[in-house]
Ligand binder design. Sequence first.
Ligand code: UDP
Length: 355
Amino acid sequence: MRICVVSYHSSPLTPVGAGKSGGMSIVIHNLYKGLAQFFDIDIFVRGNEGIIQMGPRLRVIHIDRRDTYDFAEELMKYHNAHPYGLIHTHYWLSGLVGLVTHGLLRIPWLHTLHTVEILKTVTRDNARVEIEEEIVRSCDLVVSPTLQEMSAIKMLYPDVRVLSIPHGVDVRRFTPSLNGHANMLFVGRIEPIKGLHVLIDALRYLRRDFRLTVIGGQSKDDPGLSDIKSYAAGLEIEFKGQVKHQELSDHYHRAGMLVVPSYYESFGLVGLEAMASARPVIGFKHTGLRETVGNDAGILVTMNTRNLAQAIRVLSADPRLRHRLGSNGRKKALRYDWSNIVRQYQRMYEKIIEE
Ligand code: UDP
């Protein structure tokens, strides 16, 4: 069976952690590498690098067309030559391609939003909210990484079919090690929604020396890295910039805990990477971390600076607690190994194609 994947916005071959390339690229890379054991997969991305064989039965096909209709037209040529059994679009920009091809392809259309614009509490783009609504109402199935997001989508659009399969983590890349100190780690693209400034506020509030390492480059649409660096002046914060995904494991090992101060986090892949590395996670209750970290692999609080500061204070002062939460995290993370997640997707794809 041939599967058509659309990731118009970002390629699974681009280094992650800056610009527009983040968790979604990691998800697409790992998910389809695994699924290529069972299906022939073509991932369509925007670009001019031709066709790249990413692995056996797995190709990345670059289409050098900015316009959605032109992009869709090129994709259709591949389908007409060798029909696909299913199309899975990722992120709203790929959903636009789905809106064009839907009806022409006559195969099931699955969509993953990755970020649900209407659920964002800050910087919401209303035009995008409307487009996402049209996409979820038009596709055959929405796939969401959390039960919480699935319920929210069902509440907003009761007639839409949604199911939830979590994202995964590579438990052989992210491995446990002894947790000997209380250094904090932040991993993510630097953009306001990731809440780095809230973490800086919390550290100021604590008025003590806490060491924080910040990993991640500037987000594409946000020039705020230099602002955030000046905001952090006087605190023990080291900005490492973007780090290769293959080298990240060492940074989790060097940290005592991960802090994820995001206002909005659909899933929060970094939380799962910290868990697999046996590091406790501090973050906010309303985010996707609720389903991975929960209440036994870190401390999740109601969003405000003081609560965040208090969680940092507690975890920094208690190595035993860090160890216990970290070990729980590793145990839980094993359930999310990509091999398990890939199996769930395989069964789901087969079922949808059968229907
Ligand atoms: N990441 C990375 N290098 C960096 C910063 C981030 O490899 O310098 C990776 C990180 O390990 C994670 C992903 O980028 O896998 C970020 O995913 P997350 O879901 O936390 O955030 P998103 O980018 O999707 O908003």
